[in-house]
Design a protein around this ligand. Structure first.
Ligand code: FEO
Length: 431
């Protein structure tokens, strides 16, 4: 047996070779990629994926909804040619232009140059980059929520649903059939040639894992998209990866609502989590003083966590839910400590924009860590209403008083009762 045969993870090509009917006149014309093991560097794909594209026939034209990754273009064109001639294609819909869905587009346009191309306005710049000098050769018509185009006896209605998970994303509703093409929304990296949710294997973990890795950082955008989708009379959800969802589509909508929503709230109370790590106890004393000060503010629930006492993932879940965090770290070798960087690195997996952020810490010599953490929090889109708290060596009684005041101010910002501070320019210059 050759080394290549031993290491190959690509199984034999899967049936079906041809298009798959969804409802009369509507076909799946995508491609299976059972050997894929890593998608976009974002997530592992234990049993591969599918790139779902669709062909819709109307009495006065034919639409192609999305394409496939360029490496699988041959499968896509073979399936397309089984249901349509290129000169019949009147519309090409691009729900999202990431390469796994737009890879075969340049060639499709060469074969069907008469088709009108419909995409969201945010997709235009990506399409221009993709097509280069050919962009102006084609009829490109951006669409927004409520716009409709006709295929004669069938109508495509568009829903602009940005940031699920790219700014250009949209959904397309085939009105007469209640068929909603959602692109990445409701997708799964789950390759199963039986294709429909009532026929494939257990893809539940894949649906949730996909949400966790791709949609979770955009939960508020998912909720906005659901606001547009839920009023529709949806009979089938046709995503761009994994199973087509035709069994109780409302159950999938409800499931996405749960995934995209907060776990539960504390009513009107705001929440502040203070997370710290301490080398010799000084940053821990600051953390407790900040906690004591913040707890004085009514309407703010304050919690304190030593990063050494927990695993990383639950802290990520916690930070996703709270309204603000204060992150404490000592400076060691001119840097924040590893546990803090590991936490900060994983915050990219959740929605952090608009949360309150703050940094604090004790240091011995140079004290760079607090500013480094602040820079990272700003990079995550958090608002930092208070300059970080830095204390040299052991905190004195005065330092602990200032830490309590720091906590009170953070909590007041969360509660909407912050008193504007007079900025001490000399203090700022000294930081
Ligand atoms: Fe399946 Fe965002 O591409």
């Amino acid at each position: 047996m050759s080394a290549a045969a031993v290491t190959s993870i690509r199984p034999q090509p899967l049936p079906p070779e041809g298009p798959v009917g969804i409802v009369p006149g509507v076909h799946w014309i995508g491609a299976f990629d059972p050997g894929l093991r890593s998608f976009d560097t974002l997530m592992k794909t234990a049993n591969g994926t599918s790139y779902n594209a669709y062909a819709v026939r109307g009495s006065e034209g034919m639409a192609v909804i999305d394409t496939v990754d360029a490496a699988h273009a041959d499968s896509f064109f073979a399936r397309l040619e089984a249901v349509a001639r290129y000169d019949e294609i009147t519309r090409i819909v691009l729900n999202h232009l990431e390469p796994d869905h737009s890879g075969a587009l340049p060639e499709l346009l060469r074969r069907a140059p008469q088709a009108e191309v419909h995409l969201s306005p945010r997709g235009l710049q990506i399409l221009r980059a993709l097509l280069g000098g050919d962009f102006d050769r084609y009829r490109i018509v951006p669409v927004t929520t409520g716009a409709e185009v006709t295929l004669g006896d069938r109508t495509l209605r568009f829903l602009t649903t940005p940031n699920v998970h790219w700014p250009d994303t949209q959904c397309t509703f085939l009105v007469e059939d209640g068929l909603l093409f959602t692109c990445d929304l409701f997708g799964s990296h789950y390759c199963d040639e039986r294709l429909f949710d009532d026929q494939v294997g257990d893809f539940r973990f894949a649906l949730d894992h996909y949400f966790d890795r791709l949609m979770r950082p955009f939960r508020s955008s998912v909720r906005t998209a659901l606001d547009l989708i839920e009023p529709l009379d949806v009979a089938i959800i046709a995503p761009s990866h994994g199973p087509i969802l035709r069994t109780d589509p409302r159950a999938y909508l409800r499931h996405y609502r749960r995934l995209a929503g907060p776990r539960f709230s504390f009513g009107t109370d705001r929440t502040l989590a203070i997370l710290y790590i301490s080398a010799h106890g000084a940053t821990g004393r600051l953390a407790r003083a900040i906690r004591d000060g913040a707890a004085e503010e009514p309407g703010v629930r304050v919690s304190l966590f030593d990063l050494e006492g927990g695993e990383l993932h639950p802290f990520i879940d916690l930070i996703e839910e709270v309204d603000g965090i204060a992150l404490g770290t000592p400076t060691i070798n001119g840097d924040a400590v590893r546990a803090v960087w590991e936490l900060l690195a994983q915050l990219v997996d959740i929605e952090t924009r608009g949360k309150l952020g703050a940094a604090f810490g004790s240091y011995g010599w140079s004290g760079e860590a607090v500013r480094q953490v602040e820079t990272r929090l700003q990079g995550l889109g958090m608002r930092l209403p208070e300059p970080g708290l830095r204390v040299k060596f052991e905190p004195s009684d005065a330092d602990l008083d200032e830490a309590r005041a720091f906590g009170r101010r953070l909590a007041a910002h969360l509660a909407g009762r912050a008193v504007p501070r007079e900025i001490d320019l000399a203090e700022l210059a000294a930081r």
